[in-house]
Design a protein around this ligand. Structure first.
Ligand SMILES: Nc1ncnc2c1ncn2[C@@H]1O[C@H](COP(=O)(O)OP(=O)(O)OP(=O)(O)O)[C@@H](O)[C@H]1O
Ligand code: NI
Length: 377
C-alpha cells in the first residue's frame, strides 16, 4: 500500500537541528496563496465541537531540490482535530500525508520550507524551536506512530528496553519491577506479544514492528496522536483490533490524526475524513456522510471509495501528477470526468469540498450541503 516508505523515512531520519533557521525563518517563503477555507470547513466553527487540540491553518511544505527544482508536497492545508475526535487523512501514495505529519513534529529535512500555522493549544508547532519540540512536544504532547517504525527503533536494543526506557522517560513510573510491569501493559495494549519483548527490531515482522511503534506512541498519554499508517502489515483481524484500541484512546478524550490507505480502517475509526490530492486537502467532511449518505462530494474522493473491492473495484483512471510540476488550477482535472474549462482556476475548499463541479448532494438529508453546483447539475 505504502509505496514510498523510503521517502517517509528520509523525512524523519533527518530531523531539523536545534537552532536550524529553516523552519523558523521560512514561514513566509511558501504558500503565497492563502485560499482560506472557512473555519467551518476546517472543523473549527461548530459551537458543539470542543476547542481543538490541534488547529492547522494554511500549512504548506515545499522541498528545494538541486538545480532550483521544488516540490510542493503540502499546499495550504487547514483542519482541526478536537479531543475525543479522530480525523482520518487519506489519499494516494505520494500526495503529502507523511510530509504533513512530519511538519507537525518538526521532523522535516533541512531542504524543506514551511508556511502557515499549526497550533497545539498556544504553541505553534511550525515555529517552535527544536529544544521545545524535543523536550516538551514529541512523545509528551504529540505521540507519533511513524510510517516506517523499523527506522525509528535502535537495532541493538530489545523491544522491552525501548518500551521500558520510554516508560521511564515519559511517565512517573519508578523502580525496575514497576517499569517492567508498565512496559508489559503498554505492549499488551498494542497487541504486541509478551514473548517477543526480548527480541531485537530485526527479529520482528513489519506488523510486529508496527505494533511495537504503536505501544511506544501510546505511553506518553499525549493529548494528540499522529498515526501514520498504523495498520500496515497487519492482517484484517489485527487491523480491527489495533483500530479499536486507537478508538478507545480517542474515546478517552485524546485527539487522533490517522493517516491511512485503508479505507475500511478509516470507516471503522474516523469521525471526520480529509482527502488529500497532490498536496491539497480536497474534501473534509463527516465520516458518516463520506462512507454513507450522501457519500463523498469530490470526484476524486468518490473514485477512491469506488475503487474498493466491495464497491465498483475500478481504480481512479490515470496517475497522480508529479508534485514538482503541478498544473495550474485543479490538479485532479486531467483525471476527472466532470472537468470543464472552469477547472483551470484553483478551487477553494468551501463547505466540505474544493471542487468546481462537486458531485451533487441529494436534495434532503442530514448531511446534504448544497453548493451552487447542486443547482446547476
Ligand atoms: N526530502 C524530500 N525531498 C524532496 N521531496 C520529498 C522529500 N520527502 C518527501 N518528498 C516528496 O513529497 C511528496 C509527498 O511524500 P509523502 O511521503 O508525504 O507521501 P504520502 O502521501 O505519505 O505517501 P505514502 O502513502 O506512499 O506514504 C512525494 O512526492 C515525495 O517524493
Ligand atoms: Ni506516507
Amino acid at each position: 500500500m505504502s509505496a514510498a516508505p523510503a521517502d517517509c523515512a528520509r523525512v524523519t531520519e533527518e530531523p531539523a537541528r536545534a537552532g536550524d533557521p529553516v523552519r523558523r525563518g521560512a514561514a513566509s517563503t511558501v504558500g503565497a496563496t492563502r485560499t482560506g477555507p472557512t473555519a467551518e470547513a476546517a472543523g473549527g466553527a461548530d459551537p458543539n465541537r470542543p476547542a481543538p487540540v490541534l488547529s492547522v491553518r494554511g500549512l504548506s511544505v515545499r522541498f528545494l531540490l538541486p538545480g532550483g527544482r521544488r516540490v510542493d508536497a503540502v499546499a495550504d492545508a487547514s483542519f482541526d482535530v478536537a479531543p475525543g475526535e479522530c480525523l482520518a487523512l487519506i489519499g494516494e501514495s505520494g500526495c503529502g500525508k507523511s510530509v504533513l505529519a512530519s511538519a507537525l513534529l518538526g521532523l522535516l529535512p533541512a531542504n524543506s520550507r514551511t508556511a502557515g500555522h499549526a497550533h497545539l493549544d498556544d504553541l505553534d508547532l511550525l515555529t517552535a524551536d527544536e529544544p521545545t519540540l524535543a523536550r516538551t512536544v514529541r512523545g509528551r504532547r504529540v505521540g507519533l506512530v511513524p510510517q516506517s517504525p523499523a527506522a525509528h527503533l535502535t537495532p541493538v536494543r530489545t523491544i522491552r528496553s525501548h518500551i521500558e526506557e520510554t516508560v521511564a522517560r515519559l511517565t512517573g513510573v519508578r523502580g525496575r519491577a514497576a517499569r517492567r510491569k508498565a512496559a508489559e501493559q503498554a505492549s499488551q495494549r498494542a497487541e504486541f506479544p509478551r514473548d517477543h519483548l526480548d527480541r531485537h527490531p530485526h527479529e520482528l515482522s513489519g506488523g510486529l514492528a508496527q505494533r511495537a511503534a504503536t505501544a511506544l506512541a501510546l505511553i506518553g498519554d499525549a493529548p494528540l496522536l499522529l498515526a501514520d499508517e498504523p495498520t500496515t502489515g497487519l492482517d484484517r483481524d489485527l487491523v480491527d483490533r489495533t483500530v479499536d484500541e486507537l478508538r478507545r484512546h480517542v474515546d478517552d478524550g485524546h485527539a487522533l490524526l490517522m493517516i491511512t490507505h485503508d479505507l475500511a480502517a478509516a470507516e471503522r475509526i474516523a469521525d471526520r475524513v480529509a482527502v488529500m490530492y497532490a498536496g491539497r486537502i480536497v474534501e473534509l467532511t463527516d465520516a458518516g456522510a463520506f462512507f454513507g449518505s450522501p457519500g463523498p462530494r469530490h470526484p476524486y474522493s468518490r473514485g477512491l471509495l469506488e475503487a474498493l473491492p466491495e464497491r465498483s473495484f475500478a481504480p481512479v483512471p490515470g496517475l497522480p501528477p508529479e508534485l514538482g510540476s503541478l498544473p495550474g488550477g485543479c490538479a485532479f482535472a486531467p483525471r476527472c470526468d466532470r472537468a470543464t474549462d472552469t477547472c483551470g482556476a484553483l478551487p477553494v475548499l468551501e463547505n466540505t469540498v474544493a471542487c468546481h463541479h462537486p458531485v451533487p448532494a441529494p436534495a434532503a438529508g442530514p448531511h446534504a450541503t448544497r453548493t451552487p453546483e447542486d443547482t446547476r447539475a
